[in-house]
Ligand binder design. Structure first.
Ligand code: ZN
Length: 145
């Protein structure tokens, strides 16, 4: 559900936060091979869950909580999972950690864990990085700043 909060958090406006969320979600879903389905302006993604491989509606799921601002948009910190896997992985940290290490390797997982400890990040640089990631997968920016 879209956040209706007003004002800023972690030095970001709601609009900036939503833009980065949308970009990172795109990167996550395109990487997973999911298809975008737009229904009355609402974007949803349909594809194979990266854990159970069943074709379902997918959610943007974080390894370290999305409340960890330093890694909220970090491409190593999220996967496209179905609702069932998302719930299960959030309940069993060991499984989530093992899955992530299997995907990105021990070294990248360790680096991600360190970055999750409140490292200050440059939001403008994050936005550029996400746009480049998305473009590298063959999706244009579509204009917009
Ligand atoms: Zn699943």
């Amino acid at each position: 559900m879209r956040n209706r909060r007003k004002g800023t958090r972690a030095g970001l406006t709601v609009a900036q936060e939503n833009r980065l969320d949308d970009l990172a979600r795109d990167v996550c879903m395109i990487r997973a091979g999911a298809a975008l389905v737009e229904d009355e302006g609402r974007k949803q993604w349909w594809g194979a869950c990266q854990r159970c491989r069943r074709t379902m509606w997918l959610a943007w799921c974080h390894v370290f909580t999305r409340g960890a601002w330093s890694v909220r948009w970090d491409p190593d910190n999220y996967f496209a999972w179905c609702a069932g896997c998302h719930r299960m992985m959030d309940q069993y940290w060991e499984k989530k950690r093992d899955f992530t290490i299997e995907r990105i390797g021990e070294a990248r997982f360790s680096a991600l864990k360190m970055r999750s400890n409140g490292t200050r990040i440059d939001y403008a640089a994050v936005e550029i990085m996400l746009k480049m990631e998305r473009a590298a997968m063959g999706v244009n920016d579509g204009g917009g700043a």
